[in-house]
Each structure stands twice: as structure tokens, then as C-alpha cells.
Write a new protein. Structure first.
Ligand code: NAI
Ligand code: DG6
Length: 530
């Protein structure tokens, strides 16, 4: 299917000597301003403004993009696929509350705006859709495919998921029924025993093998060829696995990991097999579940191949709220002392998580999400001090995909007082996760078209001529995806940012830099100095 969609809303061009548009690329010269802090001989801090000048280059042609989902027949997989079909066809359906139309609500890229600047005449803010910041793939144009342990076609799987209205499902049933997940890799030890009855679509072999890696690689290549795609992004939205043990000599280096796969080592998870296959195919791979798919050997392999990886665990409901609320409380000078987070849900994810080892993976990813905000406030917290934080998840079939998340935030305020915030959050799990799956693909694909280099005065910024050399991609570990993820993966040795507003700012400001625009400072001096 030829791409047909165009982004709506206001487009713009930057008028600056630092920005050049050609038919193929956008080039910008960008001055990155930071503050370097050192300690003087008396132990005092000295802050020095620092400037680094970069050249960015963005390929304008998006090309044809495929999205391959592992766990395609699950609640998230079927919901995101149905959502794309419905949007593509501008579908409208009846509900008991009136008619509803397809949209991309919940996608930060598709449904939010950024402030471009202030109107030169009125002084009012001018906002543009996020997706107009740079040439990005439109989700309607994504070609969707993938794998699942369950061989059910996507129409039947969508019914099993029990997420969407029958009046919508009826309009896309025919198309969904033609979609069938590819057989997948099943190592029963990694997911809950209660998932066994789904596993009727498996590639033979119940532990790691190079043949499995090769089969997944072939699947990616075949999908690309069959649909004439320029690139494919692979995403794990399959069941949560248990953690893999990190064993020296087994999965600690790229070489050891490949050897261990070859030797059929039992500590290699299916998700790591998919990660390795994607890396070797140079297809960006994103882990939407909490387990440690990216064992050190997998991260090293990605770096060696300059292949993009991102993870872990979609940040959809309770945790997204937490990473905004905790940032607000601590930045407001309120000392958060405990967070009690309780969930109950009745979908298949909840069933899988009712098994201890799989729950443990989720408990870890849901628990570490406030560390950076706490550590940043040395007025409220002594070194090593943290709020109490507990996470409970219970399987309650009756509520299906409509997860209930109850949170109590308990904080110390002025003069020994207390503030207690209780939240009851009904998180329609897959409807919150589906737009994140889309954002992760759009942003990951975007990153395949951005290159940078340290600025050199002799650089040719005006054409694709000979001097146009020395550009390279961002680091393999795409921490720019952090906004969509609970436990963001970052390049080794670099800080993890969980605060939601900072995560969004990182994404929008990097994209702004690519068109030579300053970060949005929110100072509003133009309205304050008269
Ligand atoms: P689901 O249980 O409905 O779907 C998972 C699918 O993965 C199933 O169809 C299952 O057959 C398949 N599967 C399991 N192992 C597989 C393998 N090795 N290869 C291929 N397919 C395999 O779960 P749901 O709700 O779609 O969630 C998917 C994942 O996303 C879970 O790990 C969940 O924890 C995670 N997640 C979900 C969020 C949400 O809001 N829905 C948010 C954050 C993470
Ligand atoms: C229990 O919380 C089940 C999980 O799979 C979550 O639904 C999912 O991880 C979303 O979590 P959160 O904290 O982003 O709402």
C-alpha cells in the first residue's frame, strides 16, 4: 500500500542563517548551552557557562516503514492494529454514549502541540502539532505485522482481548481476519505456566538457538521485501518474562551472548533472541515489557552494530501519573515520604503477572521511577534517603482490560503537617498503551534519519557536496524514548531521567535543535519587561 497520509495542522520553515533546507535534507548549526560545575579549593561550587556547537542533518524522505510486533495477537497488539486501520479509514462507530470517531489521542506525537514561538504582531503563543516539527512517519502509513505464540488471526484475537466496541470491530473484522501472526520462539520457563494453552504457534525448540535468531532475521527480511519497505521497527509487546540471570561468560558480552545462543544456554530469553535478530538486521528494537531483555551482551552487540535499541516497559497509566506527580511534589518542596501503589486488572497480562517471577520484573520497573527526583532534592532528602514505595498487582478477571490503579501519596509539609493524596485511576490498559507503541515507532524511526557532528567552520552546510562528511547517528541506546517508558534504558554510565516533563522536553528540544531552534525556555521575558 502506498503511503497516502499527510500530517494535518500548521507546518513551518525556520528562517535563520544556521538552517539550510535542500530537497533531501535539513541542516542546522546548533549551539548547545550547558553549565559546567566544579569545586574550588574551598569546597565551593563554581558554575561556568559552556557552549558546544553541533551540526545536525535530517533526511527529509521518510520512506515506507513497517512495524513488527512481538505479541501481535495480544491486547496491545490487536488494539494498536485496529486503531491504525480505523484511523486510516476515518471510521466512525456507535456506542451507548453516541458516535465515536477514530483518533490518536494519547499519542504525544500525534495529539499534542509544541510552542513554536510568539506571534510577531500579537505577541501570543504560536503552537504547532508535535508531528510537524520534523518530517515524521504518519501512523496510518505503517505496515503492521508480527509474531505471536497464539496462532489466532487478529480478528479473533481482537475479540479475545475484549477491548474495542463491537460496532467498531465489525467494520474492521474482514481486514483483521486476514492478518495472522508468524510463529514465535517459546521458552516456557520465561513466562507464566498459565500461558501454556496459548502457545499453538511456535517455532520448534524450547531453548535458545542460532536457528531461532536466523528465523526471526528471515521474517524481518521477508516482511520488508513483501511490502517494499525501507525499514522495519520491531517492538516487544509480548508477555512479561522473568528476569534472566546475568552470568559472566554467558550474557555479559556480545561475543559470549552469541556463543551462548549457539550453545543453547537456558538463561537466554526469547525477548533477547528477538533483540539480537533485530540488531543483526539493523532494525530498531524496542522492549515494551519490564524484563531485562537487554542483558549487557545485547547492549554491547547493538553498539557494535550501531543498531538502535530502546526500553523498557511502556509507561501508560499509573506510572505516567507518578512520574508527573512526584516531580511536582518534590519540586514544590514537599517531602514525599511514602507511595503505596495498588493495581488490579483482569486481562491476560494480569494473568501472566499473577505468577511470582513475572510479577517481580514488573515490580522492579514500577518501583524505580522516582529515584532521580528524590536524589535531586538534597534539601529534603539526605544522601541515600528515599520515600517508602510499594507496588501490588492482583489479577481480577472481572475488570478485564480496565485496570484499576489506586495510589496513596503521603508527604510531610510545613511544620510537621501531612498531605495525603489518594488517586483512583481507571487505566484502560491497552487503549493507553497503543498510542505509546505508535510514538515509540515514530520517534525511533525519526532517529534513523538524524545525524550529528561537532561543528567545523569549513563544513558545507548548504548542499550534499564532498565536504559533507563526518556525520554519525545518535548512541545506539535511544534514551530519547524515555517519555514512553517506565524504566528508561540509557547509554551505559549516563543518568536515567524519570521525570515526565524533563523527558518530554528532551524529546522536543532535540527535535527543535535539528531545525536550529532554541529549547523552549518558558521565561516569557517578552511579556515581563516593559
Ligand atoms: P497480552 O497478554 O494480551 O499479550 C501478550 C501476547 O504476547 C500474547 O498474545 C501472547 O500469546 C504473546 N506472547 C507471549 N510470549 C511470546 C513470545 N515469546 N513470542 C511471541 N508472542 C508471545 O498482554 P498485553 O496487555 O498486550 O501487554 C503486553 C506486554 O506489554 C506485557 O508484557 C505488559 O506487561 C506490557 N505492558 C502493557 C501495558 C499496558 O498498559 N497495556 C503497559 C506497560 C507494559
Ligand atoms: C499491572 O500494573 C499491569 C501492568 O502491565 C500495567 O498495566 C502496565 O505496566 C502499565 O503500568 P502503568 O504503571 O504505566 O499504569
Amino acid at each position: 500500500r502506498a503511503p497516502t497520509s499527510s500530517h494535518t495542522g500548521r507546518t513551518f520553515k525556520v528562517d535563520s542563517p544556521n538552517v539550510v533546507y535542500t530537497d533531501n535534507v535539513i541542516k542546522s548549526k546548533y549551539t548547545y548551552r550547558t553549565t559546567s560545575v566544579a569545586q574550588d579549593s574551598n569546597g565551593g561550587l563554581v558554575a561556568t557557562p559552556k557552549e558546544t556547537v553541533y551540526d545536525f542533518k535530517v533526511q527529509r524522505r521518510v520512506g515506507r516503514v513497517g512495524m513488527m510486533l512481538v505479541g501481535w495477537g495480544g491486547n496491545n497488539g490487536t488494539t494498536v492494529t485496529a486503531g491504525i486501520l480505523a484511523n486510516r479509514r476515518n471510521l466512525v462507530w456507535d456506542t451507548r454514549e453516541g458516535s465515536r470517531a477514530a483518533n490518536y489521542y494519547g499519542s504525544v506525537v500525534m495529539a499534542s502541540t509544541i510552542k513554536l514561538g510568539t506571534n510577531s504582531t500579537t505577541g501570543k503563543d504560536v503552537n504547532v502539532p508535535f508531528h510537524n516539527l520534523l518530517p515524521m512517519v504518519h501512523p496510518n502509513d505503517l505496515v503492521v505485522g508480527g509474531w505471536d505464540l497464539s496462532g489466532m488471526d487478529l480478528a479473533a484475537a481482537m475479540d479475545r482481548a475484549a477491548v474495542l466496541e463491537p460496532t467498531l470491530k465489525n467494520q474492521i473484522r474482514k481486514e483483521m481476519a486476514q492478518m495472522k501472526p508468524l510463529p514465535s520462539v517459546y521458552y516456557p520457563d520465561f513466562i507464566a505456566a498459565n500461558q501454556e494453552d496459548r502457545a499453538d504457534n511456535v517455532i520448534p525448540g524450547s531453548k535458545a538457538s542460532m536457528a531461532h535468531v536466523e528465523q526471526i532475521r528471515k521474517d524481518i527480511r521477508d516482511f520488508k521485501a513483501e511490502h517494499s519497505l525501507d525499514k522495519v521497527v520491531v517492538q516487544w509487546t509480548a508477555s512479561t518474562e522473568r528476569y534472566a540471570s546475568i552470568i559472566p561468560g554467558v550474557n555479559d558480552t556480545a561475543e559470549n551472548l552469541l556463543n551462548s545462543i549457539d550453545a543453547g544456554h537456558e538463561e537466554i530469553a526469547p525477548s533477547t533472541i528477538f533483540a539480537v535478530a533485530s540488531i543483526l538486521e539493523n532494525a530498531p528494537f524496542i522492549n515494551g515489557s519490564p524484563q531485562n531483555t537487554f542483558v549487557p551482551g545485547a547492549t554491547e552487540l547493538a553498539t557494535q552494530h550501531s543498531a538502535f535499541i530502546g526500553g523498557d516497559d511502556f509507561k501508560s497509566g499509573q506510572t505516567k501519573m507518578k512520574s508527573a506527580l512526584v516531580d511536582f511534589l518534590i519540586s514544590a518542596g514537599i517531602k514525599l515520604t511514602s507511595i503505596a501503589s495498588y493495581n488490579h486488572l483482569g486481562n491476560n497480562d494480569g494473568k501472566n503477572l499473577s505468577s511470582h517471577d513475572q510479577f517481580r520484573s514488573k515490580e522492579i520497573s514500577k518501583s524505580n521511577v522516582v529515584d532521580d527526583m528524590v536524589a535531586a532534592n538534597t534539601v529534603l532528602y539526605q544522601e541515600g534517603e528515599k520515600p517508602d514505595h510499594t507496588v501490588v498487582i492482583k489479577y481480577m478477571p472481572a475488570v478485564g482490560d480496565n485496570k484499576r490503579a489506586l495510589d496513596e501519596y503521603y508527604a510531610e509539609i510545613f511544620m510537621g503537617g501531612h498531605q495525603t493524596i489518594s488517586l483512583f485511576n481507571v487505566c484502560e490498559d491497552s487503549l493507553l498503551a497503543a498510542p505509546l507503541i505508535i510514538d515509540l515507532v515514530i520517534v525511533a524511526e525519526m532517529m534513523t534519519r538524524i545525524q550529528w557532528k561537532a561543528h567545523s567552520a569549513s563544513a558545507d552546510t548548504g548542499s550534499d557536496g564532498k565536504k559533507d562528511e563526518g556525520y554519525r547517528g545518535f548512541h545506539s541506546v535511544l534514551s530519547i524514548l524515555s517519555y514512553m517508558l517506565k524504566a528508561p534504558l540509557t547509554p551505559p554510565g549516563t543518568p536515567v531521567i524519570n521525570a515526565l516533563a524533563k523527558q518530554r522536553a528532551a524529546m522536543t528540544n532535540i527535535f527543535r535543535a535539528c531545525v536550529g531552534l532554541e529549547p523552549e525556555a518558558d521565561m516569557g521575558l517578552e511579556h515581563k519587561l516593559f
